[in-house]
Each structure stands twice: as C-alpha cells, then as structure tokens.
Design a binder for this molecule. Structure first.
Ligand SMILES: [Cu+2]
Length: 255
C-alpha cells in the first residue's frame, strides 16, 4: 500500500510540475511564488495519493460477496485514527501557512529606493499617477522602470477591481474607500498586460491596460513627456484613502 501511495504521489507530482502554469517569471516575486506553488502541488499530490489508494483498497478488500445481504459491522469511532486525521492535516496546513508567510514577507520587504505609483481603477479603465514626478498622469498605459521596487498605491473610484500582471504574479484588490498596496520589482523589460481580475461589471473583460517595463532613463524621459497632471477628483481619492488607511509603520520608516 505504501508503495502505491509513493508511486501515485510521484506520478501526480511529475505531471503537475511539468506544466508551466503561470508563464514567464518577470519579477523578483515570481520564482518565489512558483516555488511555493510547486511545494503545494507536491503536498497535495501526497494527500491525493493517500486518499485514492485508501479508497481503492477499501473498495476491493471490503467488497460484499455476492448474495451477502447482512448489515455492515457497527463501528463506534477509532481514537487513534481520529487523532491521526486531525493532527496530520493540521501540521500540513500550519507548515504551508508558515512557508507562505515567509515568502510574503520576503517579496514585500520594503526597499528604501522604491518608486511609488498611484493606480486609479474605475469601470472600466485604469489610469496612473506618478507622485515622484509631480503627479504626472497617464491613462490606459503604465510605464515602470526595470529592477526597481514599485509600490503601487491603489484607489478604486467605484467598485472592487483587482490589479494583476500575470508575469509578475502579484494580484491585489482595489477597494473603494481605502488604499491597498501591491509591491513588485520587475526584472525584465518588455510589454505586458494589466488585467482586472475581479468581476466588476459589464465591461470587466475589457478592463485592461498596457504595461511597459523599461530602463530607468527611458522611464524618466517618458514621464517627463506626460502633459497631464492627475485630475482633481482622483487626487481627492488619494488624500481621502490615505487618511482612512494610514501607511503601516514599517513602510513609513522605509521612506
Ligand atoms: Cu474588472
């Protein structure tokens, strides 16, 4: 039985790990998140194998003989079994939770040289403000420098939206009335798509923006060329949201 569990877990893991689920890894967080997911896949494969092998064994070994109409044996609990099936999942969940905590801590480690970008979401469009560049404003297109930590401060103007660039992995809800933060360090230049990943209304599937990751000098030049400033009503949401959701202490220290 143990052999069957090991074999099935190995086959499941091999098949699941061979699939590239999330595409290119283009931020510092991406490989860490993928490693975490791979670990979860292996753990899940082991649990899956134990359950399926036990089920198959029970089906075959305890099959009623033809013509056997008698009742099953009355069973009143099994303390050892109950302790085992409570303890083992608890250990697995705590281990996975602890590991996730560690990964989240690493990928959100604040860098004093970070760049802050405001993200404005509304049905059904994205726009962006660059506070370090006197609140220059761009609509439908986001530029960021490569290899620098970007702290996205997100302000929804209406309903809940969600910020997601698949190759960066990071995904974060934009919630009206409060500021939410996503921290990303892109590691590759190129063109990406920002996708709203929270069903937000009729035009949700079209709520996308172009993302360009480029060298810092090209980024600076692009921001300089922006003509508009963040409109007043959006600036109100920046101020209001910050008041209702002050920055965590460690972030303030990092400024
Ligand atoms: Cu949406």
């Amino acid at each position: 039985m143990a052999g069957a569990v090991v074999a099935l877990a190995a086959i499941m893991s091999a098949v699941m790990l061979s699939i590239n689920w999330n595409g290119a890894e283009d931020s510092t967080a991406a490989p860490k998140i993928d490693d975490l997911m791979n670990l979860m896949i292996v753990l899940s494969s082991i649990v899956f194998a134990i359950v399926v092998v036990a089920l198959a064994y029970a089906l075959i070994a305890f099959r009623a003989k033809p013509g056997d109409e008698s009742d099953g044996e009355p069973i009143h609990g099994n303390t050892r079994l109950e302790i085992a099936w409570t303890l083992i999942p608890t250990i697995i969940v705590l281990f996975a939770g602890g590991w996730s905590w560690k990964v989240l801590d690493e990928i959100e480690e604040p860098d004093p040289k970070h760049l802050t970008v405001d993200v404005f979401s509304q049905q059904f469009a994205w726009s962006f403000g660059y506070p370090g560049k006197e609140y220059a404003y761009s609509q439908g297109i986001l530029h960021v420098p490569v290899n620098r930590q970007i702290v996205f401060k997100m302000h929804s103007q209406d309903v809940i939206h969600s910020f997601w660039v698949p190759q960066w992995r990071i995904k974060k809800d934009n919630v009206p009335g409060i500021t939410t933060t996503a921290i990303v360090t892109p590691t590759k230049t190129g063109t990406y798509q920002l996708i709203c990943t929270e069903l937000c209304g009729f035009g949700h599937s079209t709520m996308r923006a172009k993302v360009i990751v480029q060298p810092e000098s090209a980024f600076d030049k692009w921001v300089e060329g922006l003509k508009e400033k963040v409109p007043t009503d959006l600036m109100v949401s920046v101020k209001q949201d910050t008041e209702t959701n002050p920055e965590p202490l460690e972030r303030v220290e990092a400024e």
